[in-house]
Write a protein that binds this ligand. Sequence first.
Ligand code: SF4
Length: 152
Amino acid sequence: MKKILVSACFLGDKVRYDGKQKTLNHPIIQKWQTEGRLISICPEVAGGLSVPRAAAEISTLNGKVLTSQKIDVSTSFQHGANMALKMCNKHNIRYALLKESSPSCGSNTVYDGTFSGKKISGEGKTTELLRQHGIEVYSELTIESLIAALAK
Ligand code: SF4
């Protein structure tokens, strides 16, 4: 059975920067959970950041992850990405379902680093590392493609 790494906030864990969750209401989630396929992680919490925490975005200038107060939290984000990869290796995971646009979990878009709410093409730090190791990363917007990939 193929296991799937999933963003903890999708499963109702209140781990987002604002202390909230981002529950993903899709019938397949319940099914996967019942089948014991889901391995959840919040890379930012795994990287040592607190809940709540300052919002952070990836700078387009140097790729660092900065808060709006210009505090560099790149090390924590990278540590969280490493933890996610470690979990994938431990459970032999080749697929991930991660929250779109997050500076850790985004897979197609991220915020542009100006804290103005503008998104650009890009991927979060965890997604980047997982993809470098051949793990396919999907989001809530591409979940149907993940379902199709798993059915192969
Ligand atoms: S880092 Fe990922 S799992 Fe954690 S709150 Fe952000 S989107 Fe959700």
